[in-house]
Design a protein around this ligand. Structure first.
Ligand SMILES: C[S@@+](CC[C@H](N)C(=O)[O-])C[C@H]1O[C@@H](n2cnc3c(N)ncnc32)[C@H](O)[C@@H]1O
Length: 251
């Protein structure tokens, strides 16, 4: 079935990006080092993998067996294409799946990875639902947007409270994950380069080209404007918020 126009425009705007959210290879590697005993028998589930920027870092940095899922089939096709090109198909497989209803057997994985995607289900719901997929002593690594400073400027607070009302500060996020039965192994903020170099700079190029391509289409221009607004908010107010990387162990 062909996607509706809004979906098609969305994926047109976001096509060809190196990744689909803030993140860096160095941050993925740093988080992976916080997980003990990762080896060739480790089974990893990468949820909301997008085109697999972090999946490829995981595959490159460890001998683990990785299943990566996303609900957007072109992302999955792209990642499986990369796995074939890199001769990784014996231990990296991407599948179309919905993170709301994952049908893997209980205890199928040692490690769940989720960069910039758990917000789609909510941190607490994701951690509670996905726990059954982990073996005892399994780990979860995730990134989530957090307030860095109290009292963000009104325009910044209005943007984030509108886009993602669940945003909170890091201390509140850590309390929330502990209340879901996880121990915090470690956490650190993503650097500013994760937002600009790895995500918004390429996205800004896409927005500019998309505006030209869809010059006389009001719905496309409105979508581009929303995206531009998000980037402009980051330029103006990034000191107030950031992504936090959390590595957790099932308690
Ligand atoms: C912000 S992107 C992050 C992608 C990637 N992890 C990265 O950091 O580049 C969020 C991803 O979640 C995927 N997604 C959204 N809702 C989903 C769902 N219900 N099930 C599976 N994937 C979903 C999107 O297609 C997208 O690839």
């Amino acid at each position: 079935m062909a996607p509706d126009r809004a979906t098609a425009l969305f994926f047109d705007l976001f096509s060809g990006l190196p990744r689909q959210g803030p993140g860096t290879a160095a941050s993925t590697r740093r988080a992976l080092r916080l997980v003990p005993g990762v080896g060739s028998r480790t089974r990893v589930l990468d949820i909301g993998c997008g085109t697999g920027a972090q999946t490829q870092v995981l595959a490159d940095s460890s001998p683990a067996r990785i299943v990566a899922i996303d609900n957007h089939p072109p992302f999955i096709d792209a990642l499986n294409g990369e796995a074939r090109r890199l001769n990784l198909t014996d231990r990296l497989e991407a599948r179309v799946a919905d993170m709301h209803s994952l049908d893997f057997a209980d205890g199928s994985f040692d490690l769940i990875w989720c960069e910039g995607a758990i917000y789609n289900v909510g941190v607490e719901a994701g951690l509670r639902d996905w726990r059954r997929l982990l073996r005892r002593d399994g780990h979860v690594a995730l990134t989530e947007v957090c307030w860095n400073k109290p009292e963000p400027r009104a325009e910044c607070a209005a943007f984030w409270n509108g886009e993602y009302p669940a945003i909170r500060d890091t201390a509140a996020l850590l309390r929330a994950v502990e209340s879901c039965g996880y121990e915090v192994v470690g956490h650190f903020p993503l650097p500013a380069s994760a937002w600009w170099d790895d995500y918004y700079r390429p996205l800004q190029d896409n927005v500019t080209a998309f505006r030209k391509r869809h010059r006389d289409e009001p719905d496309a221009q409105e979508l581009a404007e929303q995206c531009q607004h998000e980037i402009d908010i980051w330029h103006a107010y990034s000191e107030f918020y950031g992504y936090e990387f959390l590595v957790l162990r099932v308690g």
